[in-house]
Design a protein around this ligand. Structure first.
Ligand code: HXC
Ligand code: NAP
Length: 305
């Protein structure tokens, strides 16, 4: 089902006319949401996924929901295979030079790290770490050869800053893409290709929840927000879509090499070590103040003796 009406996005209609955006993993979840936003704003959008039927159905669904928007094309492409990327990119380029790329495709599951086999590690890293790099490299070479400007946005997680226990192959791979973002922002920025990333907190999707919250799934209970999120809720799809459009559009042309968290402040939760105090009320603060006061008074009394 399509997600947005025109009132959900903060940009003027037609903002992305003339832009051509590739979104990997655009057939489902957050990739689909970002594809819809770009399409609604007039962009020509290409979405990739391993399941050709899924990306084609999504493209049709989005175009039917937004007849005044741009175009959306679904193409089967497995980003674990560099040759498949190259062939699919030839087809994309035949329809026009890309102005933007969203590295969104991913694989993940929770597991104790000691239970992982080499194949289990590769199942994640070959999509997220290697696959996203190969897509970026293939598009990047074309932009540099043509002297074209482009914006690359990679979808990471906040684990790039504080680690991801029980999701180590994903956290390691996303951290690699974070460094790719910073490195290529400098190496290619002067030649017109800029790099930024988004680190989302929880935005419930079928794909992520089935693998990270097994048995919980997406649904009333499965979407219950983590009580430690400072804003007290999960992210809304339109909030993520607005940030992605901002970073893709030339309106943000001076933003380069940044990874922006969109997580209600969650990743800062441990900051200073006192975040648990957010649950205290007046009584607890009064008791704490009195206890500290009494300690200070005792200390003062000893100093004046
Ligand atoms: C331990 C596991 C495992 C598990 C699979 N393996 N699941 N090991 N615990 N839960 C092992 C298998 O035993 C096998 O190793 C190896 O991994 C490959 O398994 P396959 O099933 O053959 O893998 P494959 O078919 O390639 O599937 C890839 C996948 C799958 C990543 C495992 O889940 C997938 O296609 N996912 C795509 C969509 C997705 O994951 N979306 C979620 C993104 S959410 P052996 O040695 O036994 O052969 C996200 C972050 C969200 O990224 C952050 C939220 C805050
Ligand atoms: P999702 O719906 O499972 O999306 C993953 C997509 O990647 C699928 O469309 C999948 O399609 C595609 N994909 C996987 N392997 C691929 C491959 N080898 N080649 C091409 N496409 C491939 O999950 P999601 O929640 O929307 O996640 C989207 C992105 O957001 C991911 O990068 C994830 O790490 C990130 N993220 C999500 C959350 C969240 O709360 N949802 C939070 C933080 C970060 P096929 O299976 O058809 O290939």
């Amino acid at each position: 089902m399509a997600e947005f009406t025109k009132d959900d996005l903060m940009f003027r209609p037609g903002l992305m006319k003339g832009q051509r955006i590739l979104i990997t993993g655009g057939g489902t979840g957050l990739g689909k949401v970002m594809a819809e936003a770009c399409l609604m704003l007039g962009a020509d959008v290409v979405i990739w996924g391993r399941r050709g039927g899924v990306v084609e159905a999504t493209a049709e669904e989005l175009m039917a929901a937004h007849p005044d928007g741009g175009r959306c094309t679904g193409m089967a492409c497995d980003i674990r295979v560099p040759e498949a990327i190259h062939d699919a990119m030839d087809q994309v380029w035949a329809g026009g030079t890309l102005t933007g790329l969203v590295n969104n495709a991913a694989g993940n599951f929770i597991s104790r790290t000691e239970d992982l086999s080499p194949r289990a590690f590769d199942a994640i890293a070959n999509i997220v770490f290697r696959g996203s790099f190969f897509v970026t490299l293939d598009a990047g070479k074309r932009w540099l050869a043509e002297g074209r400007h482009a914006s690359v946005v990679s979808i990471l997680t906040t684990w790039v800053w504080h680690g991801g226990p029980f999701t180590v192959p994903s956290a390691m791979s996303k951290a690699g893409l974070n460094v790719m973002t910073q490195s290529l922002a400098v190496e290619w920025g002067g030649r017109g290709v800029r790099f930024n990333a988004i680190a989302p907190g929880p935005f419930p999707t079928e794909g992520a929840w089935a693998r990270l919250n097994p048995g919980g799934g997406v649904g009333a209970d499965g979407e219950k927000p983590d009580p430690t999120i400072p804003l007290g809720r999960n992210g809304e799809m339109r909030e993520l879509a607005n940030l992605a459009v901002y970073l893709l559009d030339p309106g943000s042309a001076y933003v380069n090499g940044q990874t922006i968290a969109i997580d209600g402040g969650s990743h800062l939760q441990g900051g200073g070590g006192f975040s648990r105090l957010a649950s205290w009320g007046d009584a607890e603060w009064e008791a704490a103040r009195n206890a500290i006061k009494s300690t200070n008074e005792k200390d003062r009394a000893q100093r004046t003796v």
